[in-house]
Design a protein around this ligand. Sequence first.
Ligand code: AMP
Length: 274
Amino acid sequence: MNVAATIGEARAMLAGLPRPLGFVPTMGALHAGHLQLVKSARAECASAAASVFVNPMQFGPAEDFDRYPRDYAGDRDALASAGAALLFAPERSEIYPAGFTTSIDVGAAGSGFEGAARPTHFAGVATVVAKLLNIVRPDVLYLGQKDAQQTAVLRRLVRDLDFESRVEIVATVRDPDGLALSSRNAYLNETERAAAPSLQVALRGILEALQSGESKERALERGRKALSPLAQLEYLDVVNADTFEVLETLRPPAFIIGAARFGRTRLLDNVWVA
Ligand code: AMP
């Protein structure tokens, strides 16, 4: 596996890779969910590239940028074993050199839910992904369904700004008890970890209730009841999968989305309805 720390090195190494090229952007602390994206890229493309960059621009001032888990050596080994041909792992100053000021406003798909809870988050995500797409120029961009609103925002970005990459969404990889794998699961203590799968149980309960004809209000109530008493709920809702507009009835393509805090750790999950 080639490892590039600078944009120049990455471009030189990428020029020699067989096409089509699949690309997996990550913030590191890699788990089986991230590696599933690399496996999909390997299965569907001639080569796979990944990036590891904890993007300061997508963290708010009171968020966990400093304590976000980092494991560069583990990430490099995991990507090499998964068959990635290139790892791009830049320093902050390579991506945001002195004088950098540009920020991409993602519009409506990024304004509610995560965008409301984290007002500068999607501008940070969109800006770094736009830069990475310009650096890597992949044929296919691989994203995880786990971050449902991010998939809507980035699919919009690719269409609106005429990036030539195709976007592929990969199903969420879960622990056996249903908890979606996330780098932030490392923050959970034992009690919080035991309570965390209730978010997925709540979302599945909402889907079943809606599919059996219950009103959205009653379905969401059922979801709230299925959550562990330890969970501090932020939202449960039903949205259009492309625009993230709130739906009053279940009309696919849709996501049933949820966010809750378990202790200090904020977890997201969703159910996709095709
Ligand atoms: P992150 O490092 O958290 O920015 O995630 C990098 C990519 O991996 C994003 O496209 C995520 O949606 C995806 N991802 C994170 N967790 C999972 C998971 N459990 N299953 C599948 N993809 C995931």
